[in-house]
Design a protein around this ligand. Structure first.
Ligand code: FE2
Ligand code: FE2
Length: 472
C-alpha cells in the first residue's frame, strides 16, 4: 500500500473506507446474510412489541413514543428484508427464528410489565441490536458489502434516538427498588443473549438454562385501551366537535380549539390500529410496514392537538379526551371489521367537507399553527386513503361493497352514551365553556356569548354525522 497512490492524492474507493477496510477478508455473503437476518429478526420483534404495548399502556407519552419506535423498527426491518433479498437468497427464510434463545428473549420482553418492559427494550434489546450492527460494520468489507453498511449506519442513527428516549424515560419511571426487583429477570435476558452468541451470533455461544418467566404462558394481547390520570373522564361524549365545526354561525378562531380537540382525541387511532396489526397475523410484511406508518401518523396528529392546546394557553387536562371509539371497536369488532370502519371513515374525509374543510377553517382563523397542522393532517390522510386501498379494499372485488361493509360494521358498534351515564361512568359534562374561556383569556379577547353557550353532545346528533364522529 505504501507505493500505491490515487490520482493527485484524491480520496480512494469513493470514500467508502480506508485501504484496510476495503481490503480485509470481511464477511462472506453467507455470513453477511446470517448476521443481517438476526438484526432483521430483532427489528421485527421490536416492532411487534412496541405495537402490542400501545393500547393498554396508560401513559400517553409512552403510547406516542411506542408508536414512533414501532414505525422506525418496521422501516429498518423493511430495509434489511430488501437487502437480504438482494443476496442470492430465495428462499429468504425471514420468518424463521435465528436462534431459539433470541425467541425467548423477545417473548419475555413482550409479556412483562411497563417498568421491566422499558428496561428490556431500552437497556437490553436495543443495545444488543446496536452492538450487532456495529459489529457488522466492523467485520464486513466496506466496499463489497457497501449496501449493508449504508443500511446499518442509517439504522444506528435511529437506534441512538430510541436509546436516548429510553434512557430518559427509565430515569423518570423506574426507581432503584424496581430495578433491583427486575435483576433476576434482566439476567435471564443476558443469558438468552449469551446463549445465542450475542444478538449478532458472532460470539461463542454460552450454555445456560433459560427458564421462561413471563412467557411461560402464551402471550395474550390486551385490546382494552387505558389512559393515565390526566384523562379524568374517558367516557365523556359531552361536546360534539363536528356539529360546532360545521355550523356556519360560529367564527373560525374558536373552531381551531375544536380541531385541536379532534386531533388530540386521535390517541384512539393508534390504540385501535395497534389492535388490528397485533391481531392480524400472516399478512405480507408490507402490510405491517404501511399500517405502522399510518399508526405513527395518527400519533403525530394527536400530538398536534396537544401542541395546539399548549400554544393556545389551554390546560388540555380540562378537555375530556375520551377513548370510547377505540374501546368500542377493540372490544366489539373483529380486526377486519375495525379496518373496515377505519376505511369507511377515512374515505369519508376526502370530499370537500372533510380535511380540506378543516384546513380552510384553520386558514380563516388566522392561526398559522392550526393551518399548518391541518395542512399536514390533510396530506397524511391522502396517504392513509392509499394504505386503505392497498390493504383493505383489495379484500373486495367491488369497491362499493368495501364501503358498504365499513358502513355496516360502524353502524353495529354500540356507543353506550346513555348506558355509560346511567352506570355512573361519566356525566358527559360540557367542558367546552371552561376551555373556551381559558383560550379567550390567553388570546386577550372577550368571549363570544354565542360560542360560549355551545352545548351539543353526542347523544342525539351522532346519527346524522356518524361518518364524522370517528377518528382517523
Ligand atoms: Fe389522523
Ligand atoms: Fe388517518
Amino acid at each position: 500500500m505504501k507505493l500505491y497512490e490515487s490520482y493527485r492524492g484524491l480520496p480512494m474507493f469513493a470514500g467508502v473506507g480506508s485501504f484496510d477496510e476495503v481490503s480485509r477478508p470481511g464477511l462472506s455473503v453467507e455470513h453477511c446474510v446470517g448476521r443481517l437476518k438476526r438484526c432483521h429478526y430483532a427489528f421485527k420483534r421490536l416492532h411487534q412489541i412496541f405495537t402490542a404495548r400501545i393500547t393498554a399502556e396508560p401513559i400517553y407519552e409512552l403510547k406516542m413514543a411506542f408508536s414512533l419506535h414501532a414505525h422506525l423498527c418496521a422501516e429498518h426491518a423493511t430495509a434489511l428484508r430488501t437487502r437480504v433479498g438482494e443476496m442470492r437468497e430465495p428462499p429468504l427464510g425471514l420468518d424463521a427464528i435465528p436462534h431459539p434463545a433470541l425467541g425467548i428473549f423477545f417473548d419475555e420482553i413482550l409479556a412483562t410489565t411497563t417498568g421491566e418492559l422499558l428496561l428490556g427494550l431500552y437497556e437490553k434489546a436495543l443495545p444488543a441490536l446496536k452492538l450487532g450492527l456495529e459489529r457488522h460494520l466492523a467485520d464486513t468489507n466496506k466496499l463489497v458489502d457497501h449496501p449493508s453498511v449504508r443500511l446499518g449506519r442509517f439504522a444506528l442513527l435511529e437506534i441512538d434516538d430510541m436509546l436516548k428516549y429510553g434512557e430518559a424515560a427509565i430515569a423518570k419511571l423506574v426507581d432503584k427498588e424496581a430495578r433491583v426487583r427486575a435483576e433476576p429477570w434482566l439476567s435471564l435476558l443476558d443469558d438468552c443473549l449469551a446463549t445465542a452468541g450475542s444478538l449478532h451470533g458472532a460470539n461463542p455461544p454460552a450454555k445456560k438454562d433459560l427458564p421462561r418467566q413471563y412467557s411461560a404462558k402464551p402471550y395474550s394481547y390486551d385490546p382494552v385501551p387505558k389512559r393515565d390520570g390526566r384523562f379524568s373522564d374517558p367516557y365523556n361524549m359531552g361536546v360534539n366537535a363536528e356539529v360546532f365545526l360545521y355550523d356556519e354561525k360560529f367564527p373560525a378562531k374558536p373552531k381551531t380549539l375544536m380541531m385541536f380537540y379532534k386531533r388530540l382525541r386521535e390517541i384512539d387511532v393508534p390504540e385501535m390500529m395497534a389492535s388490528i396489526i397485533t391481531q392480524t397475523p400472516g399478512k405480507p410484511w408490507a402490510y405491517y410496514r404501511d399500517m405502522s406508518r399510518q399508526l405513527w401518523d395518527e400519533a403525530r396528529h394527536a400530538m398536534m392537538g396537544e401542541v395546539g392546546f399548549v400554544k393556545a394557553g389551554v390546560d388540555w387536562r380540562k378537555v375530556m379526551v375520551n377513548f370510547t371509539w377505540s374501546l368500542a371497536l377493540n372490544t366489539q369488532l373483529k380486526p377486519i371489521e375495525r379496518h373496515a370502519v377505519l376505511y369507511f371513515i377515512e374515505q369519508g374525509l376526502m370530499p370537500k367537507n372533510g380535511k380540506r374543510f378543516e384546513w380552510e377553517v384553520a386558514q380563516k382563523s388566522g392561526d398559522p399553527l392550526s393551518a399548518l397542522f391541518q395542512d399536514y393532517d390533510w396530506a397524511d390522510e391522502v396517504l392513509h386513503a392509499r394504505v386503505g386501498r392497498d390493504w383493505y379494499l383489495k379484500e373486495f372485488t367491488d369497491p362499493k361493497e368495501a364501503v358498504r361493509y365499513g358502513d355496516e360494521c360502524w353502524s353495529k358498534v354500540l356507543m353506550g352514551w346513555c348506558q355509560w351515564r346511567d352506570e355512573g361512568l361519566t356525566q358527559h359534562r360540557n367542558w367546552w365553556p371552561d376551555v373556551y374561556l381559558e383560550a379567550c383569556q390567553s388570546w386577550g379577547v372577550a368571549p363570544d356569548p354565542k360560542v360560549l353557550a355551545y352545548n351539543t353532545s353526542y347523544e342525539t346528533v351522532r346519527a346524522d354525522l356518524k361518518e364524522l364522529t370517528g377518528s382517523a
